[in-house]
Design a protein around this ligand. Structure first.
Ligand SMILES: Cc1ncc(C[n+]2csc(CCOP(=O)(O)OP(=O)(O)O)c2C)c(N)n1
Ligand SMILES: [Mg+2]
Length: 806
């Protein structure tokens, strides 16, 4: 629980006595000064080798006091690595926790933001519990987990602010008491001046202006981005100047834009109060350009700014140091005497030093017992193998041992004692195995939320059909599925390009905007990054977004947001935040270079932490959506672009039946060869199998249905045990997703054991397919390609029965 006494307080001049005012200001000064000390000490800790890297908020302290004053319970922050003062002033972080993160302490509770996983100054608050259940987010000051890619916080910021709009305007959401009070919550963003050069910044600024949402973006302008000055970053070297066109006027909606000097404490307090009131009350986005900031210690611990700042600039920075300026203002306006300030400063230094020491000692103390255990255990083995005594002695004498040194010693002793089975060695082995579990929890756990609403927990419900079940276009199966789920769960919203009025380019949502309203089924601008960010922010605030990318080929425009932010969220916060976004898109073969993409290995590489669903038809897609809508983990669903008009039988329970994730299906049984494929390629494989059966080749076809997770019930290897031959067919590049499938089946499932011949892959060509049917035929696997490849493998096995074709 944050300590209220340490936090900043709002200044209400009409009600305050001078003494109250004075004590608030002095307390603010104390917070700023402590924060500065933390930066100075933090840098020292890195330079003396106790931490690996440090980036600090020195030079940005004073505006963050003002921002913290305007920040209320229920509000959200989406910012970057300079915001430690804000975190201290709101109680989001203590100084000790700040240092624990600097040391990468993975002990439970030490770094409450990331469990020792993130670099320093990457804050987060606890939205969810260990079992994935939500906390009451209206009662805390919320901080969405920071990421290092600068500008990356902007996409999510749009969604965090957009949620307030939905909560205020959609009365059906009133029952969600833990997430909002009438949409009164402001989403505060922070960004460095140089990072406003990023595309995602401009995309987010425009989106928030269009959406009219309570987003308050502060730009900390210190004139630099590492060594590169504003001249190379920003047109006119002035971001609020160039954004002036966004300013609202009596006839047009837009922004309120403010510009204020970063060392002017009273002006900052006034601007933040005014700006945030407008933002909160009227749901108007505001931009606060905070200028004349400095970096007293340079950018980070990676180098010194004397290399690239002129003497003039450096002395200007000393003169304009915001803490010094605040100090002078306090003296000039008789708020505090020199003695009072000196006393605050003296105490702050001691306080920060003590917090740092405590954090360091706790970090070391968490490893020392392990160090001692390993020294003793290896010492035991050394009774039989004296040469191991040296390993124990070296470890014993390692001051401030890191965990990796402890484990390296243990593993070396295990290696060197192989073949000398003794009770002491068994003891070390037992210890090592037990620790593996703890280390998994510390360093590898929580790739997924794995809570009580994990997709694994969703009951499997088979689709049901009766004599009346109609054959309909695939798109109508989806439409019916969405319709039933939107009626069932008011938290569901869907948005994307052309998704609202016309119900998406393939009409999966046709007619649903008219039924459920524009707030739930919504058109967006062409802005893939912030469509994803809109989903992330909404999902972090308890809603269930379906965020659409119009074609899989355009996922690349949003891959940074999905990979850096969404897919990493559970892992990087060690499960204290979640964002169950369902990304819907359509892909695989259709037409031309940008409408037939199937870049699955790109996705598999970038999106671990999400589920990847590759349904072969719209019924399977609907079943997967039904699972995901009831679960709380993010997923990408790729519908088959060429499947919307194919006929499928509409299940009676289209909104309720579920397809479990990771459940591979045998589509056709066979005995000669196992062919694994997914998505649109399956129809090609099925057609090929018919002709192959006429050639006396019996093909077993397996559809894994989801690639993340992949075939959790070992259907593939069981098939191989029967056929002994394996072909993987897909539309990705050679060595793409097919290589992933081989790794899963041959290595993880140990399929190599059953093989009688070389396993093969049949993929698309390395280039994208040219336009036209012939382009497709000569680029993607065709029925002929599948037949010839399978036949060739059978020829290798039995040339007498299957004579060479060519
Ligand atoms: C997308 C991305 N590109 C590059 C970097 C490397 N980098 C880290 S901080 C930084 C400068 C950022 O400057 P600014 O936004 O002005 O913030 P400041 O550090 O000055 O407060 C750069 C280039 C990064 N982290 N992310
Ligand atoms: Mg900067």
């Amino acid at each position: 629980m944050p300590n209220e006494k340490l936090m900043t307080k709002t200044i209400d001049a009409s009600e305050l006595s001078f003494n109250d005012f004075k004590s608030i200001v002095i307390n603010d000064y104390k917070i700023a000064f402590e924060s500065r000390q933390a930066s100075i000490l933090g840098r020292r800790e890195v330079l003396t080798g106790k931490a690996k890297f440090g980036i600090f908020g020195d030079g940005k302290e004073v505006p963050q006091l003002a921002m913290a004053k305007a920040f209320k319970n229920g509000d959200w922050r989406s910012g970057y690595y300079r915001d430690q003062t804000f975190a201290f002033a709101t109680g989001i972080s203590t100084i000790k926790e700040f240092f624990a993160q600097l040391y990468a302490n993975p002990t439970e509770g030490a770094d409450p933001f990331s469990g020792g996983r993130q670099m320093n100054c990457h804050f987060a608050t606890k939205s969810v519990n260990e079992d994935g259940s939500w906390n009451d987010l209206t009662q805390i000051k919320n901080c969405s987990s920071d990421i290092s890619p600068t500008g990356g916080q902007m996409a999510r910021l749009v969604g965090l602010a957009y949620a307030s709009k939905l909560f205020r305007q959609n009365k059906e959401l009133d029952y969600l008491k833990h997430f909002s009070v009438n949409g009164n919550e402001v989403a505060f963003g922070t960004i460095g001046n140089a990072s406003t050069s990023e595309g995602v910044f401009f995309e987010a600024i425009n989106a928030a202006g269009v959406l009219q949402i309570p987003m308050a973006i502060s730009i900390w302008d210190d004139n630099y981005g590492i060594s590169v000055p504003a001249k190379y970053q920003t047109t006119k070297e002035d971001i609020s100047e160039v954004l002036k066109g966004f300013q609202r006027n009596p006839d047009q909606l837009g922004y309120e834009i403010y510009k204020v000097k970063g060392w002017d404490y009273p002006a900052l307090c006034e601007v933040y109060e005014k700006a945030i009131n407008v933002c909160r009350e009227e749901h108007v986005p505001v931009l606060i350009h905070v200028t004349e900031l400095t970096q007293p210690q340079g950018h980070s611990t990676s180098g010194s700014h004397e290399r690239y700042k002129s003497k003039d600039r450096l002395s200007w920075e000393t003169e304009h140091d915001c803490i010094q300026k605040m100090r002078s203002w306090m003296l000039d306006s008789a708020i505090a005497t020199e003695e009072e300030i000196a006393e605050v400063e003296k105490n702050a230094k001691v306080f920060v030093r003590n917090a740092q020491k405590e954090a360091w000692n706790e970090f070391l103390d968490s490893i020392k017992p392990e160090q001692k255990q390993v020294v003793d255990l290896i010492g035991g083995i050394a009774k039989h193998q004296p040469e191991l005594a040296k390993i124990a002695a070296t470890l014993a004498s390692t001051a401030d041992a890191q965990r990796r040194e402890v484990f390296a010693a243990a593993r070396k002793a295990i290696r060197l004692s192989a073949g000398f089975i003794t009770p002491e060695r068994n003891e070390l082995l037992a210890w090592y195995k037990q620790q593996a579990h703890l280390n998994y929890n510390r360093y590898n756990s929580k790739l997924h939320t794995n809570g009580k609403e994990s997709p694994d927990t969703i009951a499997v419900v088979e689709p049901t059909y009766d004599d009346q079940s109609k054959m309909v276009d695939g798109r109508e199966v989806l439409n019916a599925c969405f319709n039933e789920n939107f009626a069932r769960d008011p938290r569901l919203v869907a948005f994307g390009e052309d998704l609202g009025n016309i119900g998406d380019v393939n009409q999966g949502f046709a007619g649903l905007q008219a039924k459920y309203g524009e707030l739930r089924i919504t058109d967006t601008g062409i802005r893939e990054m912030t469509i994803m960010g809109q989903g992330i922010g909404l999902a972090m605030r308890g809603l269930k977004p379906i965020a659409e990318i119009q074609y899989l080929d355009y996922l690349i425009f949003a891959l940074n947001v999905l990979s850096d932010d969404l897919a990493s969220l559970s892992y990087r916060t060690k499960g204290i935040q979640k964002a169950p976004v369902i990304v819907r898109t359509r892909g695989h073969r259709l037409e031309g270079i940008w409408h037939s993409g199937s870049p699955i290995c790109m996705i598999l590489g970038a999106l671990r932490g999400m589920h990847l669903c590759v349904p072969r038809n719209m019924t399977q897609a609907a079943g997967m959506y039904n699972t995901l809508f009831r679960a709380d983990e993010p997923a990408l669903v790729i519908e088959c672009l060429n499947g919307y008009r194919l006929k499928e039988r509409l299940p009676d329970n289209v909104g309720d039946f579920t397809v479990p994730l990771g459940k591979a299906e045998v589509l056709e049984e066979g005995t000669d060869i196992t062919v694994i494929s997914y998505g649109s390629s399956l129809r090609i494989v099925q057609e090929a199998a018919e002709e192959l059966s006429l050639m006396d080749i019996s093909v077993e076809i397996i559809d894994p249905q989801t690639l993340l997770p992949f075939d959790t019930e070992q259907v593939c290897v069981n098939s191989l045990a029967k056929t002994s031959r394996l072909l993987v067919v897909d539309e990705d590049v050679p060595g793409g997703a097919s290589a992933y499938i081989l790794q899963k089946v041959l290595e993880e499932q140990k399929g190599y054991f059953h093989l009688d011949g070389q396993p093969k892959t049949l993929s698309a060509k390395a280039h994208r397919p040219p336009f036209g049917s012939d382009g497709d035929y000569f680029s993607k696997p065709s029925v002929d390609d599948v037949i010839e490849t399978v036949y060739g493998m059978m020829h290798d096995a039995n040339p007498a029965k299957y004579p060479s074709l060519f």
